[in-house]
Design a protein around this ligand. Structure first.
Ligand code: S3P
Length: 172
């Protein structure tokens, strides 16, 4: 079994993924970490030194490698992963996918504390403009996110509650 968690930045994909994998006795892999290990650079360095297009191409390739090689694994992917190339189709073919759906205000409240770690929003200094960017970006990406097999709302829920909701939707 392969479970893919997708959703916008800061929707909790990594933290939920780790906990879910533990609960289901599956392995856990984070696509961003897999890219960083294989490229020998952080995601921020890849963006600044090689550019976003390079990142998107490699991201799609590493996604394919992972989905073709692992099994019994929970995989959390990057916020943009489902939105490029044929990634979402590939995810749907190869895994059971869950969209962790967070509202603009949940995302904004989480990312504002760690803007510099996130290359797409690192240059925002005005909080209002950041919030507007997130709202627009999320709206655009929703078309892709909604293609996941299941959607789980994460606002105001604990990690355990989210894991439970995911587990309830996994067929036996
Ligand atoms: C991105 C999200 C990041 C990372 C990269 C681009 C995006 O992953 O892949 O900075 O396009 O939304 P997280 O969603 O895990 O932060």
């Amino acid at each position: 079994m392969k479970i893919v968690l997708l959703g916008y930045m800061a929707s909790g994909k990594s933290v939920v993924g780790e906990k879910l994998a533990q609960a289901l006795k599956l392995d856990y892999i984070d696509l961003d970490s897999f890219i960083e290990t294989n490229e020998g650079m952080s995601i921020s360095e890849i963006f600044s030194e090689k550019g976003e297009i390079y990142f998107r191409i490699r991201e799609g390739e590493y996604l394919q490698i992972l989905l073709n090689t692992v099994n019994n694994t929970v995989i959390s992917i990057g916020g943009g992963t489902p939105c490029y190339g044929k990634n979402i189709e590939f995810i749907k073919e190869q895994s059971l996918s869950f969209y962790l759906k967070a509202s603009v205000s949940t995302i904004f409240n989480r990312v504002k504390k760690e803007i510099s770690k996130r290359p797409l929003i690192a240059d925002f200094t005005d909080p209002e403009l950041l919030k507007e960017y997130i709202a627009k970006h999320l709206f655009e990406r929703n078309n892709y996110y909604q293609k996941a097999d299941f959607t789980v709302s994460v606002d105001k829920k604990t990690i355990d509650e989210i894991c439970l909701e995911i587990k309830e939707r996994i067929p036996n």
